[in-house]
Design a binder for this molecule. Sequence first.
Ligand code: ATP
Length: 246
Amino acid sequence: MILGDVVLPKEQVTRKCVAILGIRGSGKSNTAKVLVEELIKEGVPVTIVDPDGEYVEEVVAYGGTVVSDFSSDPVELALLHQKSNAIVDVDMSEWREESFTFLAKYLDAMWQVAKAYPMDRQVVIEEAHEFVPQGKQTELSDAIVRIALRGRKRGLGLVFVSQRSAKVNKDALTESELYFLHKVVHPADLKVYKEILPLKPKEIERVVPSLGVGESLLYFNGEVKRVKVRKFELFPQVQAMNESLA
Ligand SMILES: Nc1ncnc2c1ncn2[C@@H]1O[C@H](COP(=O)(O)OP(=O)(O)OP(=O)(O)O)[C@@H](O)[C@H]1O
């Protein structure tokens, strides 16, 4: 999977937890979108928990399913998500109570379906601190923590995206095996990075605030690399054609 100046085999992402952290505007969602696109190309079904509806356009363009009416059947949706290339956007932008209940039921159904039909699939959780917060347990956070801790055997992987790394449930976050650590500046966030990275605290304080948009420290397998993920573009071939005609 070509993400920019970083190339990852699919197996380094699927069945694992991935954390994409950083301040607002550091490029987290862009990194997540590039990752989703590459997973889809590999045939891995992806579900996006989308609190701002910021993936809807892409999911529609890829012929995926956008769920914003929470009266649909979560089990049916989990079965639909079983297909190779399936992409589901759970649009939580209205922050309704029933959307949280639906999401918990959907993830639970996915967990059950994955037992019967294990296959690689990934769930991306934007603003993860809202759904799986540190110090607060809900039906939904239980469903997410269960996937984080025990999803591997059923093929389930997670991607946590958050600007409030200190507020994401530690049990879930520390399951991550791959980290894209974008810019942070606040001491509480730097502290989380210091707990994750095998670098000297002074080095972290020097490098992390200097990261540009789209740049991150990629931490995987005990190794830290400064990387730049490419800018996500919806159907670049179409855009290039339009530009050449203009
Ligand atoms: N790798 C990149 N190359 C060029 N531009 C980028 C890159 N990553 C992000 N950007 C641009 O920077 C801006 C912020 O990116 P993005 O929305 O991904 O940040 P974010 O950290 O998710 O912010 P927020 O927390 O507010 O959602 C966008 O305009 C995006 O197009």
